[in-house]
Design a protein around this ligand. Structure first.
Ligand code: C2E
Ligand code: CA
Ligand code: CA
Ligand code: CA
Length: 281
């Protein structure tokens, strides 16, 4: 509360009040919806930079809201992190992704080396339940470790890296890939790579947007790829929207590409159609 000095308390402006009410409403709905199943995963293909064949997908969560329609993660993930619901949400989306992958493998829609990637909020890395949950999901779905990848997305600076590194190493020992997401933004920095046993580096779309028009952007992107390759990391570039960008990323040495050029994130049905069309091209 702000005091303006004349015995007059100004709490919040009408705009702030509306924002808070909106937040409280969303929070209530999120809590109520957790036990029901109103989350869905969309899938965005990831292609080999050299051959442009599909070699995996990233599961991206959506909230199928009864009144507001399909909501993107930007509408609720930060809130879920703040109110401690992200663990529940992530474990649900992870199980969905694993079940979906198992189904596609059984139907022969994807090959054995197709990799399903899912987002893990960095704040959960200190929780042992995460690691057991991942192994349980793989076991339940009868999937080998090498067909999944954990994309560590960081909204906060994670603590206790040493212990986390040991846990992640265990995941690697199961064949599970560990990727640092959004590299170059926020807390996703070089210091992280020093501490965590990542195998894959995912370069944020921010670094692709200005390519090729902006020469500085091109140099930065190239330097990031060279840097990652010199650490023997697998490089995925997200946000590839044009053929020119795809060609440049490939020439710079990127391993995998993801972006609207290939496809936007798709519902499971649409992704199946996409795979089908691709397999029969
Ligand atoms: P992210 O992991 O960096 O995912 C990439 C985002 O970029 C996705 O947004 C995707 O739809 C978008 N994108 C992909 N290709 C292009 C492109 O060519 N151009 C543009 N402009 N955008 C592109 P989305 O689906 O809205 O997800 C946003 C973020 O939400 C994700 O960013 C991820 O950090 C987070 N997220 C999504 N699902 C989950 C989840 O299950 N758990 C957690 N903790 N976070 C999630
Ligand atoms: Ca991601
Ligand atoms: Ca992110
Ligand atoms: Ca990103």
């Amino acid at each position: 509360a702000k005091q303006d000095g004349r015995n007059n308390f100004q709490f919040f402006s009408p705009a702030m009040q509306a924002q808070m009410q909106e937040r409280i409403r969303t929070e209530k709905e999120l809590r109520a919806l957790i036990p029901t199943d109103h989350f869905i995963l969309f899938y965005q293909p990831i292609v080999d930079a050299q051959t442009c064949t599909i070699c995996g997908a990233e599961g991206l969560i959506r909230w199928d809201h009864p009144e507001r329609g399909i909501l993107p993660p930007s509408e609720f993930i930060t809130l879920a992190e703040e109110i401690g619901l992200i663990g529940e949400i992530d474990s649900r989306s992870r199980l969905k992704a694993c079940q979906q992958l198992a189904g596609w493998r059984q139907q022969g829609l994807v090959a054995d080396d197709f990799v399903m990637k899912f987002n893990v909020c960095a704040q959960l890395l200190t929780d042992d339940d995460l690691y057991q949950g991942i192994l349980d999901d793989l076991h339940t779905c009868e999937l080998p470790g090498n067909c999944v990848s954990l994309e560590i997305t960081e909204s906060i600076l994670i603590s206790n890296l040493e212990r986390t590194a040991r846990k992640l190493q265990q995941m690697l020992d199961y064949g599970i890939d560990i990727a640092v997401d959004d590299f170059g933004t926020g807390y996703s920095s070089i210091a992280y790579l020093k501490e965590l046993p990542a195998r894959t580096l995912k370069i944020d779309r921010k670094f692709v947007q200005g390519v090729p028009e902006n020469p500085a952007d091109c140099r930065i992107l190239r330097a990031m790829i060279v840097f990652a390759k010199s650490l023997d990391l697998t490089v995925v570039i997200e946000g590839v929207e044009t053929r020119e960008q795809a060609r440049i990323c490939r020439d710079y040495g990127a391993d995998y590409l993801q972006g609207y050029l290939f496809s936007k994130p798709l519902s499971p049905r649409d992704f199946e159609h996409f795979l089908h069309n691709h397999n029969h091209r």
